[in-house]
Ligand binder design. Structure first.
Ligand code: FBP
Length: 334
């Protein structure tokens, strides 16, 4: 049997190359992964342990929380706050940055996370996930909100875990994108997809078509041309997908290419988009670019955006290079 590389071995071997590696990052990642294994179990048990359905409470986004939104948030916080590797955390489910309890030492990293992405799919047993972004912070001090509001280019690591037919971890530390599959028997993530690269060309798009009347002309033009198919200006047929789980959309694009759009929406000018910059768009942009794709608002590179708030929303267009370039080109012509 070929030697199976575990996530721990993979990270330790990567860290060996870094002169100032102290093991703190490896510990932090290990704790995030332990939390995701616990979440995988809860999600997998679902109705058996009564965790499906709504919690009858709302989060800062004004969204009705699922029971699992709260359970997964607590699992992440409890797995990370004691470790001494963090100065602070921020979560989709919590309004303000989460402080490290006084009894624990503070560390040199910040983690921002969406504990359960795609939660509208949890009760219908579709793929959901956890998304995380890691930044450096000043060691030993109580971080302010400002300390979290850093450009996506400053991320030291980004990843997401898919709770689907398999539980998978997709990860980048700036040296390409690798994916690991959870061996449920051993309880270890095993390296199964090395150096993933997004095909440049693609004929598959993902967008919530029910929002069409709120799209700007460049997006309307792009989607109309895809739908027009071989008889239209693109001269080829396109396929469409919409899972309503960003993690599932991004994993499909990493695997077979394509483009995902949750564009600028004219419905409510105060909400330039649905998805959140700090713990959805930025980590996905880091991963997509490391796999050779592009990630934009339509007008700006996501990773270059200067954040203004922890729960800031942005338009998100990501995927195969040539398709994103075409959509950005249509915005420039507009
Ligand atoms: P959360 O579930 O974390 O709020 O994520 C938002 C999300 O579910 C994305 O995963 C997905 O891409 C999008 O919203 C689906 O939006 P819609 O419900 O409009 O189709």
């Amino acid at each position: 049997m070929t030697h199976q590389v575990t996530l721990t071995q993979f990270i330790i071997e990567q860290q060996r190359g870094l002169p100032d590696a102290s093991g703190t990052f490896t510990l932090l990642l290990n704790n995030i992964v332990t939390a995701c294994k616990q979440i995988s179990h809860r999600v997998n048990c679902g109705a058996l342990i009564g965790v499906l359905g709504s919690a009858e409470s709302e989060n800062i986004q004004g969204e009705v929380q699922k029971k699992l939104d709260i359970i997964t948030n607590d699992i992440m916080v409890k797995a990370l706050d004691w470790s001494g590797s963090l100065g602070g955390m921020a979560s989709e489910e919590i309004n303000d940055p989460i402080k490290i309890p006084k009894q624990y030492p503070k560390g040199k990293y910040l983690v921002l996370f969406d504990p359960l992405d795609g939660s509208s799919n949890i009760d219908i047993n579709l793929t959901v996930g956890t998304i995380f972004s890691i930044l450096r912070c000043r060691e030993g001090v109580e971080p302010e909100t400002e300390d979290f509001l850093r450009k996506g280019t400053e991320q030291v690591c980004a990843g997401f875990v898919l709770y689907g037919p398999s539980t998978m971890l997709v990860l980048t530390t700036g040296n390409g994108v690798n994916a690991f599959t959870l061996d449920q028997d051993v309880g270890e993530f095993i390296l199964t997809h090395c150096n993933m690269k997004i095909p440049e060309e693609s004929s598959e798009f993902a967008i919530n078509m029910s929002n069409q009347r709120f799209w700007e002309p460049p997006v309307k033009r792009y989607i109309d041309e895809c739908v027009a198919g071989v008889d239209g200006p693109r001269g080829k047929d396109f396929n469409m997908r919409w899972v309503a789980s960003l993690v599932a959309e991004v994993y499909r694009i990493l695997t077979r290419g394509g483009v995902f759009l949750y564009p600028h929406d004219l419905r409510d000018p105060s909400k330039p988009g649905k998805l959140r910059l700090m713990y959805e768009a930025n980590p996905m942009a880091f991963i997509i670019e490391q796999a050779g794709g592009l990630c934009s608002t339509g007008r700006e590179r996501i990773l270059d955006l200067k954040p203004s708030s922890i729960h800031q929303r942005v338009p998100l267009i990501l995927g195969s290079k040539s398709e994103v370039e075409r959509i950005v080109g249509y915005h420039q012509q507009d």
